[in-house]
Design a protein around this ligand. Structure first.
Ligand code: PSU
Ligand code: MN
Length: 321
């Protein structure tokens, strides 16, 4: 703990890799990057701190090394230690950083949790090829007018990593989110499903064209995608566990109420997603948090298994082409 190796990468600021992550990358062991915006801004304290530890434990159980990513004192940490993660959970002053925010935050020496966009960028630069989250950002309702479209989508278009998620967060306009991902050339793989999951529910009524039956099949598609030298991410869509999914009608009523309250209160920009998630947690008496935690754990396990399959990628079982 506490021992960080400063690694200077070409074209980037210096990152601080934890000793464990550095050793795993050197030995070409599977590593999974975990984002911290969900911890700092997506889940209530103190549950968020417990969840961060549980997610790291789940990655280890699946035979991979977790690399929780965030910025502390202007240092980009790849593999955060427990005190740093605890602070992210408890301290409301920890900022929310998308990729574009990183430069200013590093220069000022601030602390920031990283979104899918920022986490993916840092992971790719550090040589980590799999990232796990709950749900990616996307087009907010009315986004065709407000242009509130998460920078996650743009980052996915140009960052060569695999992102495992339960679809995009249900507070979003999911059909338009899929359209933008198509336009940006970001492939989606349904893990055992031909439907885009809707975060709190396994189904959305929206079709996915490409189904992979398991993590090995996902890894084959990812390796084939990479062999084409495409720079886009691959998004693996893992439905929330059946036991934890919420009722579709209940969820959509909660979301409608939360959205109209947000509009009344003038919440917008990067504050909107955290505000909506907190309001949904209150209105549902914690049901949305329970589902969010269950799908996060499922996603990090899938991510770890894909990371392992990618590392075994030279074996005929996985390569298969
Ligand atoms: N998944 C969750 N909860 C979250 C997020 C994802 O289960 O809080 C975060 C991710 O970090 C994602 C971000 O990148 O929300 C998107 O925020 P925005 O819509 O402002 O781009
Ligand atoms: Mn936004």
């Amino acid at each position: 703990m506490g021992l960080h190796l400063r690694v200077h990468l070409p074209m980037t600021n210096s990152f601080e890799l934890s000793a464990e992550v550095e050793a795993a990358l050197t030995a070409r062991q599977p590593v999974v990057a975990l984002e911290t915006t969900v911890i700092a801004h997506g889940l209530p304290y103190p549950r968020n701190v417990e969840v961060a530890a549980e997610l790291e434990g789940a990655v280890r159980e699946e035979g991979a090394v977790p690399a929780t990513i965030g910025v502390v004192g202007g240092d980009v940490l790849v593999g955060m230690d427990e005190p740093a993660i605890d602070r992210f959970g408890a301290d409301a002053d920890v900022l929310k950083a998308s990729a574009r925010d990183l430069g200013a935050i590093i220069a000022r020496g601030d602390a920031a949790a990283t979104t899918v966009a920022a986490t993916s960028l840092i992971a790719a630069r550090a040589g980590i090829d799999v990232v796990a989250t709950g749900g990616i950002g996307g087009v907010h309702p009315g986004g065709e007018g407000s242009l509130d479209i998460s920078a996650d989508l743009n980052a996915l278009a140009s960052t060569p990593v695999t992102v495992v998620c339960a679809g995009a967060k249900a507070i979003l306009d999911l059909p338009r989110t899929l359209e933008v991902l198509e336009t940006l050339g970001v492939p989606l793989l349904g893990l055992g499903t031909d439907e885009f999951p809707a975060f709190y529910t396994r189904t959305s009524g929206l079709r996915l064209e490409h189904v992979v039956e398991d993590e090995d099949a996902a890894a084959r598609a990812i390796l084939a995608h990479r062999s084409l030298d495409l720079r886009s991410a691959v998004v693996v869509c893992n439905p929330p566990p059946a036991a934890a999914e919420m009722d579709r009608v209940v969820v959509s009523e909660l979301i409608d109420r939360a959205l109209s309250e947000a509009a009344d209160e003038g919440v917008s920009g990067k504050a909107l997603t955290p505000w909506l998630l907190a309001r949904l947690a209150e209105m549902s008496d914690g049901d949305t948090v329970r589902t969010n935690v269950a799908l996060l754990e499922s996603n990090v396990r899938v991510a770890a298994r894909i990371a392992r399959a990618l590392r075994e990628g030279d074996s005929p079982k996985v390569r298969g082409f």
